[in-house]
Design a protein around this ligand. Structure first.
Ligand code: DGJ
Length: 718
């Protein structure tokens, strides 16, 4: 519901979980500023914010500007906190004032041109308020878009900037969203590196500006475009928090600024370090969307709202609501060393185990026997695959498995036919040395001719063979971010992402039945932007079961289980050398889109028997693991035992993991949470009630030894 009150000077967006109040504050002479007067649990009367606003007015002028919660703070007018907009005129002036001009209310949610965004299927799902602000001197206009979902604690925000004046302007910052809250908050973010992505860090309040960012051209391994502000004391199960996820896959910035007036500002958008945008008269710039969740039910409440939003209203297409297939990927099983017969041997073992999809990873094209060459030459290697992709795919299909293929569409090897033909097609900075990483350069996706090539090359392969799945990899980050064709080099970083989104849109809509999985050196581009095109992403190149407990636990703070690729791999594990049992490896991979990544044809009969059982279990319960409510129970970051649960109307599942064995240990009892009312059948045929699962709890029966796991499925009886 959106109400406009007080002669259109107060706007109240409200649903059962949250209220947003925007207020126009002015001197009555046309200098009306827009404030975010309130964001929090629902208000009965928006007028309740007026006394708070009056206390602000008591501040001295200089303090006032540091206290007022401007909805769209601008550079150069004495709000010294990080600003939403920085627009420089040709003469070099950087001073903008945006005053309230008009508003409109729409049912549903408008899309964002050229960018991924959350959406509605019916107009009744959401209401949108669009407020226009304008600078009276330059005529720079900002359209702030606020969509409140009716049945979710979710507010989507974005901004479009238009030069309605007669002079060129340069946007040096053009953020997506600004939220200013009174008070002090813990900041929770996800950080990491290759093979150890998305570890949560909780930082107590501090009078500082803290910024998470990427300048890599991808959202990156280092920081994820997600943050939560939690009231101190908020736990997984109780307390208030605000989560924000940016729907963008390139260089981003999210900053949290707390100042001396106990005012906290959250600002999210493109990273100003890698961004500058010339706005000629009549031109506009669309900033990406930021999704905000308000939770009064702790961090799990926030995560669950993100999970259903991302799964149901960011992911799209045929596979959005489908059970995902159990797959086998040959990467860790063979690396580059494979041929048709070896792949078929793995595929036959996969068939025997009940696996549904065979994925051929890197190395099937050009002359690629290592990572030194051939990216860009998307032509099958007939030496390795004498019957081609078509022959291989058909033989795999004949076994009853579907066939999937790896690509790295955005890359070009200097040693490739593509590079020899088009040396100017990579990102490069004029005559400066072109530096490679993993021996490769990046295709200049800001160019339409390059985008067209990628669309036609990938589509050609997809048409040439029975391919039902694509893994879309991206294994290096930006350096020398320039383009041979760009006039505005400073825009290349963002134009690359716009080009990438165009390519992803065209390919995924031309092949609607293909299941696409994103990837970037593991989980280096795990963001809501990619999920708009691809409903799942490879979570990390670290496939060790213990490491994965941490990575998947952290990732779940924002992202649903149905989006996280999780595979059982060989031991000793290739990343850390650890030996874990097949049971533990399977039970951990259950907390994601389940698959295998090893040479199945070389496993022991005992492990193969266990694998057959695992695959059957996954098929029985995946509706619940992929679409049910996921709750974190015990954190591996805080103790030796980790646990999470899944719940839907059919069953609840407890997954518990004990990392190290201890002598004479304390008993472990785990209380399940929010179990739907009813009676449940346990594995031994006895019955247990929802109340007992939650109050008396469950004692996992861990096997002896290190790295032990226990998965308990409780089937609902009524
Ligand atoms: C990085 C990915 O994360 C791996 O899974 C694998 O596909 C390799 N690239 C292949 O080069």
């Amino acid at each position: 519901m959106i109400q406009s009150m007080d002669s259109n000077r107060l706007f109240h967006l409200r649903n059962p979980w949250l209220s947003l109040v925007l207020a126009v504050r002015g001197d009555g002479e046309g200098c009306d500023e827009l404030l975010m007067a309130y964001l929090g649990p629902p208000l009965d009367e928006p007028g309740a914010v007026l006394p708070l606003m009056q206390t602000w007015e008591g501040a001295s002028f200089d303090s006032l500007r540091q206290i007022l919660p401007y909805a769209c703070p601008t550079e150069g007018r004495g709000d010294y906190r990080p600003c939403m907009v920085s627009a420089r005129s040709l003469s070099g002036l950087n001073c903008t004032e945006l005053f309230f001009e008009s508003f409109r209310i729409e049912a549903g949610k408008p899309g964002l041109t050229g960018l991924p965004a959350s959406y509605t299927e019916q107009a009744e799902e959401a209401d949108t308020l669009i407020i226009t602000l304008k600078d009276p001197l330059t005529n720079l206009t900002a359209e702030l878009c606020y969509t409140l979902y009716r049945e979710r604690p979710v507010l989507a925000m974005s901004a479009r900037y238009l030069n309605a004046g007669t002079e060129e302007l340069t946007l040096e910052a053009a953020h997506s969203a600004c939220v200013t809250l009174p008070g002090r908050y813990d900041m929770i973010h996800l950080h990491g590196a290759w093979a150890r992505e998305r570890a949560p860090e909780r930082v107590p309040p501090a009078v500082l500006t803290r910024t998470l960012s990427s300048a890599r051209g991808a959202s990156g391994h280092e920081h994820n475009p997600f943050v939560a502000l939690a009231a101190p004391g908020t736990t997984e199960f109780q307390g208030s928090c605000l989560g924000l996820a940016l729907v963008y896959s390139g260089s981003f910035s999210i900053s949290v600024d707390e100042n001396a007036y106990e005012t906290t500002r959250l600002l999210a958008g493109l990273n100003p370090r890698c961004f500058s945008w010339r706005l000629l008269p009549g031109e506009s710039f669309q900033a990406p969307e930021a999704l905000c969740v308000w939770s009064e039910e702790g961090l799990n409440g926030m995560s669950q709202a993100f999970h259903s939003l991302l799964r149901e209203r960011v992911c799209r297409g045929h596979w959005r609501d489908q059970e995902r297939p159990v797959l086998i990927n040959n990467w860790e099983g063979t690396y580059f060393d494979f041929d048709h017969d070896k792949l078929m041997a793995i595929a036959r073992s996969a068939r025997d185990a009940g696996i549904e999809l065979f994925v051929l990873d890197d190395g099937w094209f050009g002359q690629r026997d290592n990572d030194l060459c051939s990216l860009g030459d998307w032509v099958e290697n007939r030496r390795k695959l004498p019957r081609g992709l078509k022959g291989l795919g058909e033989e795999i299909n004949a076994l009853g498995l579907s066939f999937g293929l790896w690509f790295e569409p955005e890359m070009i090897s200097p040693d490739s036919d593509l590079y020899r033909a088009h040396p100017d097609w990579c990102l490069h900075a004029g005559e400066r040395r072109r530096s490679t990483a993993r021996h490769q350069l990046i295709l200049d996706m800001s160019r339409t001719d390059v985008q067209d090539y990628v669309i036609s090359a990938i589509s050609g392969v997809l048409r040439s063979a029975p391919i039902g799945y694509v893994k879309w990899d991206m294994n290096r980050n930006f350096k020398e971010t320039g383009s041979a064709s760009a006039v505005r080099q400073e825009e290349v970083s963002h134009r690359y992402i716009l080009g990438l989104y165009r390519v992803m849109e065209e390919i995924t809509s031309a092949f609607p039945e293909v299941l696409f999985e994103g990837c970037s050196g593991g989980g280096g581009r795990f963001d809501a932007g990619i999920l708009y095109y691809m409903p799942q992403i490879w979570t990390s190149d670290d496939s060790d079961a213990v490491e994965r407990l941490f990575i998947q636990y952290g990732t779940s703070l924002c992202y649903p289980v149905s989006t996280m690729g999780a595979h059982v791999s060989a031991v000793p594990n290739h990343q850390v050398g650890r030996v874990t049992g097949i049971g533990m490896r399977g039970d951990v991979a259950l907390g994601g889109n389940f698959g295998y990544e090893l040479d199945l044809s070389a496993q022991s009969p005992e492990d193969l028997a266990a694998i057959r059982e695992q695959v059957q279990l996954v098929k029985n319960i995946r509706r619940t693991t992929q679409r049910g409510v996921f709750t974190r129970l015990l954190s591996p970051f805080e103790g030796n035992v980790a646990a999470w649960q899944f719940a839907d109307e059919d069953r609840v599942i407890l997954c518990a993991y004990r990392i190290l064995a201890k002598p004479n240990p304390a008993p472990v009892r785990i209380r399940m949470q929010n179990v739907p009312q009813g009676l449940y059948r346990t594995a031994d045929g006895s019955e247990i009630s929802a109340g007992s699962l939650m109050n008396a709890g469950v004692c996992p029966d861990f096997p002896r030894g290190d790295y032990a796991s226990c998965v308990m499925v409780f089937e609902r009886k009524n």
